[in-house]
Ligand binder design. Structure first.
Ligand code: FMN
Length: 233
């Protein structure tokens, strides 16, 4: 990408991504990046923010919990983890049933996502409160959220008590994808649904796509060589 492609309101760091040499030039000019030392904390950003559904089996009512401490942890078998504080109602449910669904919300579900993180299923019915639709999962007893583009059904393999949170490490045993987010070739186009991210206490709508996996090492299509101007006779 060339500098001309970068809009005026683009933040400084973006210029560095687009033009790594700019960083060198700025540092050479004495405009180095100053750093502060902060006390250790959870500043890893951005992270996904998801709606986890649980319950609906073993006498538990269906419930939703907003989770930001979630991530993929293994490819074969596919596994992910969610970290939940023991005082959450959902902790009791997941601990007892060993099942949950990670539902990936989009911008349309941003407010509902926040709200499900503000109230407890001990006192409210979060499906009724948000208007989100519970639907049958393929392999687990708890419901999926119909409106979410991706529903990842999980079975807990390990529970690790890490301190403030229990990390539920779970195997992904089924995945449901909304067909509205598939392109003509059947590829998932999540960006069509508007992706959400969470960074340091704030929600963000993901911006434009910068490239596909591996684009940094991809060979450029061969440029057609321009014929050298003919020498005049
Ligand atoms: C953006 C956001 C992210 C959150 N992430 C987590 C998390 O990763 N782990 C957790 O235990 N609680 C997290 N919470 C808090 C719970 O969602 C919240 O306490 C919720 O009301 C618990 O519901 P429950 O009692 O029905 O389980 C988060 C809340 C918000 C708003």
């Amino acid at each position: 990408m060339h500098n001309e492609d970068v809009s005026i309101d683009t933040p400084d760091y973006f210029h560095y991504i687009c033009d790594p040499m700019k960083k060198r030039r700025d540092m050479a000019k004495g405009e180095g990046i100053a750093k502060q030392s902060w006390k250790p904390g959870n500043v890893l950003s951005p992270v996904p923010v998801v709606l986890v559904s649980c319950g609906g089996t073993k006498g538990w009512k269906p419930n939703l919990i907003t989770i930001a401490w979630a991530g993929s942890v293994c490819s074969e078998p596919p596994m992910l983890s969610i970290s939940v504080r023991p005082e959450r109602f959902s902790h009791e449910i997941i601990h007892d049933t060993g099942e949950f669904v990670v539902n990936v919300p989009s911008l349309a579900q941003a407010k509902a996502t926040d709200w499900c993180g503000m109230v407890s299923g001990r006192t409210v019915d979060k499906f009724a409160g948000t208007g989100l639709t519970p639907a049958a999962a393929l392999k687990v007893g708890c419901p999926i959220i119909l409106e979410c583009a991706l529903n990842i059904e999980c079975r807990v393999q390990q529970s690790l008590n890490l301190g403030s949170h229990t990390m539920f490490v779970a195997e992904v045993i089924a995945v449901q994808v909304s067909s509205t987010l598939l392109d003509a070739k059947g590829r998932l186009r999540l960006e069509k649904g508007g992706l959400l991210a969470f960074a340091h206490g704030q929600y963000f709508a993901l911006g434009r796509c910068l490239g596909r996996f591996g684009y940094s090492v991809q060979k450029r299509p061969r440029q057609v060589r321009r014929a050298s101007p003919r020498k005049k006779a």
